[in-house]
Design a protein around this ligand. Sequence first.
Ligand SMILES: [Zn+2]
Length: 385
Amino acid sequence: MVSRTLIAGGCVMRPGGEWPVGWLLIEDGCIARMGEGAAPDIPGVERIDAWGHYVLPGFIDVHVHGAVGCDTMDGSPESLVKMARFYAQHGTTAFLPTTWTESREKIMAALEAVSEVMNRPTGGAAILGAHMEGPYISEEKRGAQDIRHVRRAGREEALAFLDTGIVRLIALAPEYPENHWLIEEASRRGIVVSVAHTQAGPEDIARAVELGLRQATHTFNAMIGLHHRRPGTVGAVLAEDAIMCELIADGIHVHPLVMKLIVRAKGLDRVILITDAVNPTGLPDGDYKLEDRSIVVKDGRVLLPDGTLAGSTLTMDEGLRQIMRAASLPLAEVWPLTSLNAARQFGLDDHKGMLAEGYDADIVLLDEDYHVRLTMVGGEIVHQA
Ligand SMILES: [Zn+2]
């Protein structure tokens, strides 16, 4: 029997504006029909009353390492499933599990675990592929990445990673000539290349864009900052239209005022909200491990013993609330930062990232305070508050 669900009465977020009241008919995992105003009478459907709620595309998190004690680097399908279920409680319907700077063996094990669970139902958010953050980064700007494993891109190793066929995003430092071939090769394969953990200046960025660079990893963090006479990495990626900027909108990694400036500089179609969440996310403050290193979580901050920020405990719904406050913008203008922009960047926007007929029924319902009430992945309700 075909399952049919009708979401009726909610305020529906659409590209170019919202429907104050609208409805969606979900059939076979897709949005079969939708419209503005009161829902038509359709017999034999399961009805979800969305009155007083916002209806928008599920969040797509392209940079996220872990949660609830699990990490992409566990190299474990079970860990990825637990993460997927936790993220869905916060409105995420698709994500890219993200690897750290580590040995070849550990990164490869993590990629293999991702390939085992991707494109399969997880009971939570869908796994679309993998994001490799490092290991081809700058020693000086490593942040919380492990310096023992920082290196340049060797052909044999890097091609083995790409040949898994599941890497959708690779974050590297483009200022090293040894990494240039990889920018070209990854771009040629349709993998998005992002500048990360870097000392690249404007000339390095311009050259890398020619080679295929299209994204900036957690903009402002682990890169050279903006000075009015030395624009640094930040000035270059803000000014370069070819680059989409990731932003950790937790008010910790980037001051709320600067969050607003990023949105102003790039425009609402060139910023992708990410969480960069790590394994203690969803757990109480306390002492934890990041691989074999100690970290402490206090008031939502994740810190190495020397005080370096080591990822976040952010969730996508909280990021959305923070960017709305910081930029003083309504949901109708800001929602693409949580889904559509990522979908466009990764070539998924013909079936994900917006509410439209024929699109995947990846949907989140938010209450009037923008807290998640319901998450649907491929037409299945995976979370209900
Ligand atoms: Zn990260």
